[in-house]
Design a protein around this ligand. Structure first.
Ligand code: TMP
Length: 212
């Protein structure tokens, strides 16, 4: 049986990594083979592209360059990791996917949605996640957590953006959740780790039952 593709989305510091790890453990306890991955990244070439995307450097990066690199990373990640894993029957849990491009490059940077649609059609056609968990929290909450987590490392190219950028990112994510309500499910990320974990499980449980 083909596996399942579950993506996690949300602004900075909403707790995606923690929740992905917890869901992976829970699915493994239920006998599923789980592959954990992320975007941009997930394969050696896509991780190289991730470094190019996140490092600040001296040369300004035009929005079109950022958009194309995101989809370049996505193309190799899908072909070399995601699709083969799904074909083997694994459950693929991915930290961000194309909804992030609509939120960050579309909402955040102002890239036209039609341009993102065109690249999404080239790179993955009608292929979509089976479920997208959108962890939602006020921008201030997430930013505070993200800064703590960074420690001495300093912000990456996205984390240097201003508050309004992240408000647009959040608004775009929420608009997508309203538009694609059966796929994109909002989980309020301000609660305890356990409460969020339970809410995520409630979304995934029906998918496990459908396998029986
Ligand atoms: P991460 O810090 O959540 O791993 O993600 C790296 C950054 O990349 C994050 O600030 C969001 C950004 N991003 C985009 O701007 N567009 C995309 O399509 C993806 C997948 C990530």
């Amino acid at each position: 049986m083909r596996g399942r593709f579950i993506t996690f989305e949300g602004g900075e510091g909403v707790g995606k990594s923690t929740q992905i790890l917890r869901l992976a453990d829970w699915l493994r306890e239920r006998g599923r083979d789980v592959v954990l991955t992320r975007e941009p990244g997930g394969t050696p070439r896509a991780e190289q592209l991730r470094r190019m995307l996140l490092e600040r450097g001296d040369e300004p990066m035009p929005g079109s360059c950022e958009l194309l690199l995101m989809f370049a990373a996505r193309a190799t990640h899908l072909d070399n990791l995601v699709r083969p894993a799904l074909d083997r029957g694994s459950w693929v849990l991915c930290d961000r996917f194309t909804d992030a491009t609509y939120a960050y490059q579309g909402g955040g940077r102002g890239v036209a949605e039609s341009h993102i649609d065109a690249l999404a059609a080239i790179v993955h056609g009608g292929f979509e996640p089976d479920l997208t968990v959108l962890l939602d929290a006020p921008v201030e909450t997430g930013m505070a957590r993200a800064h703590q987590r960074n420690g001495g490392q300093g912000p990456d190219r996205f984390e240097t953006e201003q508050h309004e950028f992240f408000e647009r990112v959040r608004a775009t994510y929420l608009a997508r959740a309203r538009r694609y309500r059966s796929r994109v499910r909002v989980v309020e990320a301000g609660g305890t780790v356990e409460a969020v974990e339970a809410a995520v499980r409630r979304l995934v449980e029906p998918m496990l039952e459908a396998d029986r």
